[in-house]
Design a protein around this ligand. Structure first.
Ligand code: SF4
Length: 448
C-alpha cells in the first residue's frame, strides 16, 4: 500500500486518535445525560449497535464504563458502594461498578452516563441477563434479550452444524431482530429505515475489513502492536464507533500505520527501550488486569514480551475478527447471520479456545501463552487449565497461569505476579539460549 503520511505523524497515531475518539464519545454521552436523550444499554458480545444507530439512540456499554473505572484507579470506590448494598465480593466486578454508577447518578471519571431507555442484550454471558434485570427494576425500562443459539459442535455425530441447521438458527435470530425493531419503533416513535441500516452495515463492513488487516499485520516480526495494551484501545473504538464513518476511517488509518511499522520493523517495545531482537511472542488468554493496567503490561514488556494476539481481541470485537461481511442486498437477514456467527465465535473464544490458540500459535509464531483467570469473571476463567493441558500437548510453547482480577485491586498482588512472570521469562530465555547453542552445534547442511 502507498503510505502518504510522515513517520512522525504516523507512529503512535492509532493510540493517540483512539484516545481522542473515545473521549469525544464519552463527551457525547455526557451531553445525552444532560439533555435527557434516549440511550440503549448494550453489551460488547452482540451489541446490535447497527440497528440502534438507525434509530439515533445513544449506546452505552456498561462493561466499558466499568473497566474504565479500574483503568482510572477508582473502581474500589464503586465496588465498595455496591458491596455495602449487599453484593457479594464474588459477583462480576463490572456489574457491581455499574450498579454503583447508577446509584451515583451516572457519575463516571470520563463524564456522566445517561440513564437507559431500553436494555438490549444477548445470551453471550449468563451475567448479562441478571445485569439487565437490575436496570429493569431500577428504571422500569423494557429489556430485550436476543437468544442466540450456541455452536452446535456435536450435532450430526460430531460433524458440526449443517447448512440447514445454520439457516434455521439464522431465521430464529432474524425473527427476534424484527421484534426488536418493533419495540424500538414504539420506544422512539420513529419508523425503521432499511436504507439507513444498509449505510450503517456498509460502514461496519469497512471497519471489519481494516480490523482484520490490522490483526494480520501482527504476524510481522517484530510485531507491530501489543494485543493487550494497544489492542484494548482498538477494541474500545471498534465497539463504540461500530457502523460510523469515524470508526471505519480510524481503522483504515490504523492499517496505514501498522503497514508502515511492519515495513520498517518498528516494534511496540521500542517505547520501553527494549531491543526487539529479543522479542518474545505471546498470546494472552482472558481479560487484562485493569487496576494496574500499565504496570501489568510492563511486567511483560520489560522482558521483551509482546502479545501478538489475544482471545480478548476475538471475543470482545463483536465478530469483526471473522471473515464475514454483511450482504447489503438483504441487510436484516445478513445482520442476523452476522450476529449468529459473531456471538457463537465469542462464546467459543471464551470457553473452547484450545483449537483457536493452536492455530494462532502457528499463525503468529508465538512461543508462549499467558492464561489470566480472574476472580470476578467466571465466564472467561472457565476451563483454562484444560486448555493449557491441550496446548502444551500439541505445541512446543511455554504457558504461564497467573490469577488476579480485572476490577478488584484487593486481589491483585503485583509482587506475586512479578515473581511468576519473571520465572516464565527466565524459562523462555533459557530455551532460546539452548536452541541457539543447538543450532550452532548442528553440522551445516550440505547441498544435495
Ligand atoms: S463475561 Fe465476565 S465480565 Fe463480562 S458480564 Fe460476563 S461475567 Fe461479567
Amino acid at each position: 500500500m502507498t503510505i502518504k503520511t510522515s513517520p512522525d505523524e504516523l507512529i503512535g497515531r492509532g493510540a493517540r486518535d483512539g484516545g481522542l475518539l473515545f473521549r469525544d464519545w464519552f463527551d457525547s454521552l455526557t451531553r445525552a445525560a444532560q439533555n435527557d436523550e434516549q440511550a440503549a444499554y448494550v453489551f460488547v458480545m452482540g451489541s446490535l449497535h447497527e440497528i440502534l444507530l438507525t434509530f439515533d439512540l445513544h449506546t452505552v456499554f456498561p462493561e466499558i464504563n466499568s473497566l474504565q473505572t479500574a483503568v482510572r484507579r477508582v473502581s474500589d470506590e464503586y465496588l465498595s458502594l455496591a458491596e455495602d448494598q449487599g453484593f457479594s465480593p464474588d459477583v462480576c466486578g463490572y456489574v457491581k461498578a455499574d450498579y454503583a454508577l447508577q446509584l451515583r447518578g451516572g457519575e463516571h471519571p470520563m463524564g456522566t452516563i445517561p440513564k437507559p431507555s431500553i436494555a438490549v442484550l444477548t445470551n453471550a454471558c449468563n451475567t448479562y441477563l441478571k445485569w439487565g434485570e437490575i436496570w429493569e427494576r431500577m428504571y422500569g425500562i423494557p429489556m430485550v434479550t436476543v437468544d442466540v443459539p450456541g455452536t452446535r459442535g456435536m450435532s450430526r455425530g460430531g460433524r458440526g452444524p449443517t447448512r440447514e441447521d445454520m439457516e434455521r438458527d439464522r431465521r430464529y435470530v432474524e425473527h427476534q431482530l424484527r421484534e426488536l425493531i418493533g419495540q424500538l419503533e414504539t420506544l422512539t416513535g420513529k419508523t425503521f429505515d432499511i436504507d439507513r441500516l444498509r449505510e450503517v452495515l456498509d460502514l461496519t463492513n469497512r471497519m471489519g475489513r481494516a480490523w482484520r488487516e490490522v490483526l494480520k499485520l501482527n504476524r510481522s516480526s517484530p510485531a507491530v502492536f501489543d494485543a493487550m495494551m494497544e489492542g484494548t484501545i482498538f477494541l474500545g473504538v471498534a465497539n463504540a464507533l461500530r457502523g460510523t464513518e469515524a470508526g471505519a476511517k480510524y481503522f483504515e488509518d490504523l492499517v496505514e500505520e501498522m503497514a508502515y511499522k511492519s515495513l520498517h520493523g518498528i516494534s511496540p517495545l521500542l517505547d520501553h527501550g527494549v531491543d526487539y531482537g529479543k522479542e518474545h511472542r505471546l498470546i494472552f488468554v482472558g481479560v487484562p488486569c485493569y487496576p494496574i493496567f500499565r504496570r501489568f503490561y510492563q511486567l511483560f514488556s520489560e522482558w521483551g514480551g509482546v502479545f501478538v494476539s489475544s482471545t480478548y481481541l476475538w471475543f470482545a470485537s463483536g465478530g469483526l475478527n471473522l471473515d464475514y461481511e454483511y450482504d447489503l442486498s438483504r441487510p436484516l437477514e445478513s445482520l442476523a447471520e452476522g450476529v449468529l456467527l459473531g456471538v457463537q465465535r465469542a462464546g467459543d473464544s471464551m470457553l473452547f479456545h484450545d483449537r483457536y490458540l493452536i492455530e494462532a500459535i502457528d499463525e503468529f509464531g508465538a512461543d508462549g501463552v499467558v492464561y489470566h483467570p480472574i476472580k470476578s469473571c467466571r465466564t472467561v476463567s472457565t476451563g483454562l487449565a484444560d486448555s493449557r493441558r491441550v496446548v502444551l500437548a500439541e505445541r512446543d510453547v511455554l504457558c504461564l497461569y497467573i490469577e488476579s482480577d480485572m476490577m478488584d485491586k484487593r486481589v491483585v498482588s503485583e509482587a506475586q505476579l512479578k515473581n511468576r512472570i519473571d520465572a516464565f521469562f527466565e524459562g523462555l530465555d533459557s530455551r532460546r539460549i539452548r536452541k541457539a547453542r543447538a543450532d550452532e552445534a548442528a553440522p551445516a547442511s550440505s547441498p544435495a
